[in-house]
Design a protein around this ligand. Structure first.
Ligand SMILES: [Zn+2]
Length: 80
């Protein structure tokens, strides 16, 4: 059954190409093709990417080391 694809897969194919939403600030990110991770230009968080196809990036999850550091820096700023 070729048509039996999940809704998310169908949605991904309907999009123009190569973008996913930042899970932190919901900004749309367009990573370079084949990139293993990408940084959100808006909030600076970094995300690990897997590729469903040449133009179908999927966010696998946060790059914890970077995001934790950003969070700690934000907390430090607040405590100054
Ligand atoms: Zn973001």
């Amino acid at each position: 059954m070729e048509d039996k694809k999940t809704t998310s897969e169908r949605t991904a194919q309907g999009r123009s190409s190569g973008k996913f939403r930042c899970m932190n600030c919901m900004e749309r990110i367009a990573p370079p093709a084949g990139a293993k991770q990408v940084k959100c230009e808006k909030c600076g968080f970094e995300w690990r990417i897997s590729w469903l196809g040449p133009t179908f990036p999927r966010c696998r999850g946060p790059v914890w080391e970077v995001n934790r550091r950003l969070t700690e820096e934000a907390l430090k700023e607040r405590n100054k």
